[in-house]
Design a protein around this ligand. Structure first.
Ligand code: BES
Ligand code: MN
Ligand code: ZN
Length: 498
């Protein structure tokens, strides 16, 4: 139930006349009273004097996050009008502004919003503005049956985005629409409880996506096919569960056949109990979010299906539960990955790396231009970076630069973490080629070092590779418990910049 956005050419005066429940006006960056848009460039729009007066009296500051809320204003068709300062016009300030606008609407019943972006310079940030509205009005419904209202009690169905020249804003608007559709899809699957998002259900979700959007192809492998491929590491994680594993392969081939694809790999642990190395009970429900990497890949494909860019992208999702049982892998067991490396499983709770490694080996067959894996891999990454930035690990400086920059543009941030060879010291094993955990300290890095072994042979990289540890950023806990859909924003921004 994604909200509908539509784009329109609207002058400020026309936006005021637009029939909707609420009007949000994002003022130009400079002097708010000089609001320019379309033909009414002489500060002649209905609210020009009101805004000017409020500013002069100190009732409305021209600073991002400040809002002037007006009710039943003359010349305005909407019941409520919220005037918003866009600050310095940066993506960050636009985000702040629209957030303030949505907060100002509070619990009011609004079905239709008009967002007037009164400055051509701001149209580049339409995706951010649209994302904020979608975030603020997102409603989880899958297992709730009843309410279609968001947290603030709204029942928003439609947003008209008014800009000076809709033709010039088309691209940014389309990006925004795709972003919102992709993020909603990622949230939908990430938020579902594990009994409504089993590996089989994730596979079916990917298949349905492909069915609804023929530009996306999907193949889902089961236990037999995965065994045939020799993914002994992935299989060792699934052993303890009654739910059969799935290996999901998504293909979006919008580019020329000769162009090497980009591969996205998403960790799809639909529930992580820790296995025999069982986790403590407190807050274990949040381990339903251990497939947020997978959800971000699904969301990115949903966005690609919408935008249809000239790109080739492959999505790989190893999906499984991590459960304790009589069949489960035990600490000390040795398993063999698809590339023949043997692994001593010292801790069955370090399972993410045991499913991603086989996907990384599988990725080689596509001769990819780049491979990015996305995983809620380590609590340690959340400790290191909190919920602001994801951890980015890569030996490739170009790929690192691209991803970091895309994250900055999309306001979906990451921070580069180290991969010094010395960090791999602790992964040595007396009984296998490598152990799946190292002694305490630098847990996010040692996990990444483990993955790195499956992206190269004798130090020679099979492909440019980056690993995003999203353990700290993928979902929020507490009262606001729920998926953030990160890093769909970064991934989409990065792919579209290619
Ligand atoms: N899914 C968890 C990582 C995680 C934990 C993400 C908490 C977000 C919040 C992962 O499978 C895990 O259990 N990692 C262990 C690794 C350890 C056993 C080396 C961890 O982080 O404790
Ligand atoms: Mn775990
Ligand atoms: Zn996990």
């Amino acid at each position: 139930m994604t909200m509908k956005f539509n784009l329109k050419s609207l002058t400020l005066t026309q936006a005021c006349a637009e029939k909707s429940d609420a009007l949000l006006v994002l003022l130009p960056t400079v002097d708010a009273s000089q609001a320019k848009q379309g033909k009414d460039s002489k500060a002649s729009w209905p609210l020009a004097q009101t805004v000017k007066g409020a500013q002069a009296n100190g009732d409305f500051e021209d600073k991002a996050g400040k809002a002037l809320t007006l009710y039943g204003a003359a010349g305005v068709s909407s019941r409520v009008a919220v005037i918003l300062s866009s600050g310095d016009g940066s993506a960050k300030d636009v985000r702040k502004a629209v957030q303030a606008g949505m907060a100002a609407l509070g619990g009011r019943s609004v079905k239709k919003i008009t967002l007037c972006v009164a400055d051509a310079l701001l149209t580049a940030h339409l995706p951010i503005a649209m994302q904020v509205i979608a975030d603020a009005t997102y409603v989880y419904t899958a297992t709730k049956g009843t309410g279609t209202k968001d947290k603030a009690g709204r029942k928003l169905a439609q947003v008209t985005v008014g800009v000076a020249d809709s033709a010039k804003a088309k691209k940014a608007f389309a990006h925004g629409e795709a972003l919102v559709a992709g993020m909603d899809f990622a949230k939908e699957w990430a938020n579902r409880p594990a009994n409504f998002a089993t590996p089989t259900m994730l596979g079916n979700a990917a298949k349905s996506l492909a069915k609804a959007h023929p530009v996306v192809l999907c193949e889902v492998l089961g236990p037999k096919e995965v065994a045939k491929l020799g993914m002994g590491s992935f299989i060792s994680v699934a052993r303890g569960s009654n739910e059969p594993l799935r290996f999901i392969v998504l293909k979006y081939m919008g580019g020329a056949k000769s162009v090497a694809p980009t591969v996205l790999i998403g960790k799809g642990v639909t529930f992580d109990t820790g296995g025999i190395s069982l986790k403590g009970g407190g807050g274990m429900d949040e381990m339903k979010f251990d497939m947020c990497g997978a959800a971000s890949v699904l969301g990115t494909f949903r966005a690609l299906a919408e935008l249809k860019p000239k790109l080739n992208v492959i999505g790989l999702i190893p999906a499984t539960e991590n459960m304790p049982s009589g069949h489960a892998t035990k600490p000390g067991d040795v398993v063999t990955a698809m590339d023949g490396q043997t692994i001593e499983v010292l801790n069955t709770d370090a399972e993410g790396r045991l499913i991603l490694n086989d996907a990384l080996v599988y990725a080689k067959r596509f001769k990819p231009a780049a491979v990015v894996d996305i995983a809620t891999l380590t609590g340690a990454c959340g400790v290191a970076l909190g919920s602001v930035r994801a951890g980015l690990f890569s030996t490739n400086d170009v790929l690192t630069g691209e991803l970091l920059a895309a994250g900055e543009r999309a306001l979906d941030l990451a921070w580069r973490m180290p991969l010094d060879e010395d960090y791999a010291e602790g992964l040595k094993s007396n009984f296998a080629d490598v152990a799946n955990v190292a002694p305490p300290g630098g847990g996010a890095v040692t996990a990444a070092k483990f993955l790195q072994r499956f992206t190269e042979t004798d130090g020679a990289a099979h492909f440019p590779w980056a690993h995003l540890d999203i353990a700290g950023v993928a979902w929020k806990g507490g009262k606001e418990k729920g998926s953030t859909a990160r890093p769909v924003g970064m991934l989409l921004e990065w792919l579209l910049s290619k």
